[in-house]
Design a protein around this ligand. Sequence first.
Ligand SMILES: [Zn+2]
Ligand SMILES: [Zn+2]
Ligand SMILES: [Zn+2]
Ligand SMILES: [Zn+2]
Length: 145
Amino acid sequence: MDPRHSAQDVLRCDLCETPVPSMYCDICHIKLCIPCVGVHLSDRSKEHKVVSFEERGSTTKCPKHPTKICELHCEQCSIPICALCVSSKEHKEHEVVDILGCLTTKKEAIQRDLQELEKTIFPEYQTAASNMPELKTDARKHSQN
Ligand SMILES: [Zn+2]
Ligand SMILES: [Zn+2]
Ligand SMILES: [Zn+2]
Ligand SMILES: [Zn+2]
């Protein structure tokens, strides 16, 4: 109901106010435009997890250490934990693994990247290859004439 609200509906980078920022820090919960990502990451006072805007909120933060990302999973407690948790007494002698979902998504992402790469490189490669025989036949025609 606040009229000022709708006027500011467009999302802006939290650092420089560029509209429609494409990145997001999942730890600081701030929106970032591409040029500001580097600026933001250079703040070493805490950890950052910059993701694309669509993927915001997908990072699991440690409930005990809010500035830490849970990159590990405790099998015994079946909870996501962070590196600090691992070194704490609580999970001593517990079996700790890399977050499984994280591993598979990474693998899938690599696969996807490869496919993208093939799609972009291959057509060019194919045109180059298919142009070759044409050149040869042309040359032959010329010599026959
Ligand atoms: Zn910015
Ligand atoms: Zn951050
Ligand atoms: Zn933790
Ligand atoms: Zn545990």
